[in-house]
Ligand binder design. Structure first.
Ligand code: FCB
Length: 437
């Protein structure tokens, strides 16, 4: 790989990310059922109906996995806490084994010199809360705040940073409008409610963590570059609206106390009652913002109902998931977010990486090139004055890639899902060398 640690400022944090349901193995330690278990058990939702009951068995192998993170030379490790592992019904009874697990996990990071970067919620909603409407129910902000109090009451004194929710767009739109993720809904009113409640949930969880005296609290949003599929004004308008739904809705909500007018044109009639009153809660002061970035999307108009757009296959080289490789998008979002919204707040790239058809023994040259190009884009933003303080690889391990099952490999470490053997890929070794210099 081309990049070196010395290309980045002193103190710049390199880390790798995972998430609980994608690696832990949910069938252990008294964890409750989640909506990903029931979604996966319903035919047609997930490739081969694969689920997270064993996943990478990280629950039993976390020491080995954190050794790998340390030996790569990382400074930090981004992980998430499973709500249903800690509170099997989502509310009320606490599963002591679950809390103990995160306690041991955080200590194991600290013992290895890895700064724990915690995410409270990375998508596996307890099924009992899904029964109550999940993200459609306004009470979810209180449930999430209670979970924050329980889990951070135990580990909050030792985590380096914390964030309530990974990728509000995926929790809201992808899961309730497109139906690609649990709970697999396709309903505009459910979407409008979920997109708003994910932000009220964020706000209340931040309040709960501040009340515990925690510092270094942020938000993590994902961004996708929206490009018109052709030169027509209609395609430009479609791309603009997609950008509104994906990128501006959550940024405006968090940092401007409003939602974009073009998105409200379609969603306004379906928003929950009194949504305009919630922006003080949503706009809690933050210490940093995390950006997850992978790809761009080409957008063109259609004649259907709002939002009246479709996606077009683009011409750029693609990853194993078919996502176009577009590093300029990362540079764009770092600059745009800094100039338009965060204005000096520290930024972190909290996820970036690619799926590749990796076979043991074959070097993942494609991944090394992808990472180098994106790290160069991040460095360009830094040189232009964007206060970027860290970069996180997605992902440490091959893992459960949600509706795509186990076949799409994002890891720096190969996992054999039959034997659960871990084998560092060429990219892992290249990063280890780059971080030494
Ligand atoms: C992000 C998710 C992460 C993983 C990567 C590929 O949207 O946060 O869990 O699925 O995409």
């Amino acid at each position: 790989m081309q990049f070196k640690r010395s290309d980045f400022p002193e103190g710049f944090l390199f880390s790798a990310a995972t998430s609980s349901y994608q690696i832990e193995g949910h069938g252990f330690g008294g964890a409750g059922l989640t909506h990903w278990d029931t979604f996966a058990a319903t035919p047609g939702n997930v490739v081969r109906a694969e689920h997270g009951q064993v996943a990478c068995d990280h629950y039993h192998r976390f020491e080995e996995d954190l050794d790998l993170a340390r030996d790569m030379g990382l400074d930090a490790y981004r992980f998430s806490t499973s709500w249903a592992r800690v509170m099997p019904e989502g509310r009320g009874t606490v599963n002591a084994q679950g809390l103990d697990f995160y306690d041991r996990l955080v200590d194991a990071m600290l013992e290895r010199g890895l700064k724990p970067q915690a995410t409270l919620y990375h998508w596996e909603l307890p099924a009992a809360l899904a029964d109550l409407g999940g993200w459609r129910n306004p009470d979810i902000s209180h449930w999430l705040a209670d979970f924050a109090t329980v889990v951070m009451g135990r580990i909050g004194d030792r985590v380096f940073s914390a964030v309530p929710i990974n990728e509000p767009f995926c929790v809201g739109w992808l899961s309730h409008f497109e139906g690609h993720h649990a709970p697999g809904m396709r309903d505009i009113r459910s979407t409008a409610h979920a997109m708003h409640h994910v932000l009220t949930g964020h706000g209340r969880a931040i309040q709960a963590m501040r009340a515990l005296g925690m510092r270094n609290l942020g938000a993590v949003c994902n961004f996708e570059y929206a490009a018109p599929a052709d030169d027509s004004p209609d395609a430009a308008a479609s791309a603009r609206l997609y950008d509104g739904i994906y990128n501006r809705f959550f940024m405006d909500g968090l940092f401007k106390g409003s939602y974009p007018a073009d998105v409200l044109e379609g969603m306004g009639p379906y928003m929950p009652r009194g949504w305009q009153e919630d922006f003080d809660l949503i706009g809690q002061p933050l210490d940093w913002l995390g950006l997850n970035y992978y790809t761009r999307q080409l957008v063109k108009p259609n004649d259907g109902a709002w939002p009246c757009f479709d996606f077009v296959k683009g011409p750029l080289p693609k990853t194993q998931t078919g996502w176009e490789i577009y590093p300029d998008g990362l540079h764009h979002f770092l600059s745009w977010v800094h100039e338009t919204y965060t204005k000096g707040l520290p930024l972190f790239v909290t996820e970036n990486g690619m799926a590749n058809d990796d076979l043991p023994g074959r070097d993942d040259m494609e991944r090394m090139a992808y990472l180098d190009q994106h790290l160069a884009a991040a460095r360009r933003a830094l040189e232009e004055g964007v206060p970027l303080q860290g970069y996180t690889f997605w992902s440490l391990l091959d893992n459960y890639e949600w509706a795509l099952g186990y076949e799409k490999r994002f890891g720096l470490v190969h996992v054999d899902f039959d034997t659960l053997e871990r084998r560092p890929k060429a990219s892992y070794h290249a990063i280890a060398r780059a971080l030494e210099t």
